[in-house]
Write a protein of this length. Structure first.
Length: 368
């Protein structure tokens, strides 16, 4: 029978979660993981997995602790791995260091790990306590878990809108609806994602850079949904600095070559039932090691992800302004005719950001 975690176990796991958050957005295709080693009531080592190919969090903490790891308790936000990948198994290092007890938050759904790390540690005689602060640990790596279990990238739809749901006026003007504080928070969101996507209309009218303008910020890969290749290869979004991708129906045209000449990758889109299919894009993102996609619009792009049941999360920055009709609604035309058939959101959270409100919600899962 598994023992219940103590208040101290929970407090130290919270410390490990703090370590893991330091690497959010930088570890793909790996999860973000933090670890803390405790002996005699004192923290003797801590660390986080910085990026793929570098030591896992447990190894960083073990190296920091040195010989003090013997007899210590290891707190890890994720079940330690027990297989060879880019790095050796963490379980072997934990056992060799003489750690006496391991406490972890999330189980790893990766078939190479799932339960094997725990069994290896127990077999070696270590006490193992799983699933401490599991909800918080799972929340940290939702994109990784979805990618591993479904083969598709996790999708966050983001928009800055008015109180009546408009992301632009009827003439297409949108700068600026939200406050500087909200825009700064949006840059923090970009900093945590692996890739960012907008549609061709957004590029043509706004000419965005889609960069992360924060100290030590990291800009995600940039994707443009441009089936007919109507955007300008010289647009700011295609400027060098990060990986750039244009999604098009034709990838063997002279127009496509103009993008390739700028160093932009051209991914061929598929059509299904007469419409551009987005699911294959999410599957390719995972194959490319990009687990978390931030979709910043416009409205037709948001509409497509919502109608196809491909959005996992919605983040809205709502300003206390009203545009009314004919302002452009951020969801596009979902064409819901009956309230009972409305797309459902859950786990709703709201908090003030300057004069605005930041609303986060999960999109209720449907058959996809």
């Amino acid at each position: 029978m598994t023992k219940k975690p103590s208040a101290r176990d929970q407090a130290l796991m919270a410390l490990a979660l703090g370590e893991a958050k330091k690497a959010l957005g930088r570890t793909h295709p790996n999860p973000a993981v933090g670890a803390v080693l405790v002996k005699g009531g004192k923290v003797v080592g801590r660390g986080f997995h910085a990026r793929a190919g570098e030591p896992h969090a447990e190894i960083v903490a073990l190296k920091a602790a040195g010989t003090r790891a013997k007899g210590a308790t290891l707190y890890s936000t994720l079940e330690p791995c027990n297989h060879y990948g880019r790095t050796p198994p963490c379980t072997e290092a934990i056992i060799a260091a003489g750690v006496a007890r391991v406490v972890y938050g999330s189980s790893d759904p990766n078939p190479l790990v799932d339960g094997k790390g725990r069994r290896r540690l127990v077999k070696a005689g270590l006490e193992v306590l799983p699933h401490v602060l599991r909800a918080q640990a799972d929340e940290l790596n939702r994109p990784f878990f979805k990618a591993i279990t479904t083969g598709r990238a996790y999708v966050t739809l983001k928009a800055g809108i008015t109180l009546d749901g408009k992301l632009a006026t009827g003439t297409g003007q949108s700068k600026w609806i939200t406050s500087p504080e909200a825009r700064k928070e949006a840059h923090r969101l970009r900093n945590r994602c692996d890739a960012i996507l907008v549609g061709s209309t957004t590029v043509r009218f706004d000419d965005p850079e889609l960069t992360t303008r924060l100290p030590q910020g990291r800009s995600p890969a940039r994707l443009v949904l441009d089936p007919d290749l109507v955007t300008d290869p010289a647009a700011k979004v295609y400027a060098p600095g990060v990986r750039r991708v244009v999604l098009a129906l034709g990838d063997r045209t002279s127009r496509a070559e103009a993008f390739r000449a700028r160093g932009v990758e051209v991914w061929r889109l598929e059509r299904r039932d007469g419409k551009v299919a987005l699911a294959p894009v999410l599957e390719r993102l995972v194959r490319e090691g990009l687990m978390h996609l931030l979709v910043e619009g416009g409205s037709l792009v948001h509409q497509s992800f919502l109608q196809e049941g491909l959005a996992d999360e919605v983040i809205l920055f709502v300003a206390p302004r009203l545009f009314g009709d004919p302002g452009r609604t951020w969801t596009g035309a979902l064409e819901v005719e009956e309230p009972a058939k409305a797309l459902q959101l859950e786990e709703l959270e709201a908090r003030p950001i300057g004069p605005d409100l930041m609303i986060t919600a999960r999109v209720r899962a449907t058959s996809r």
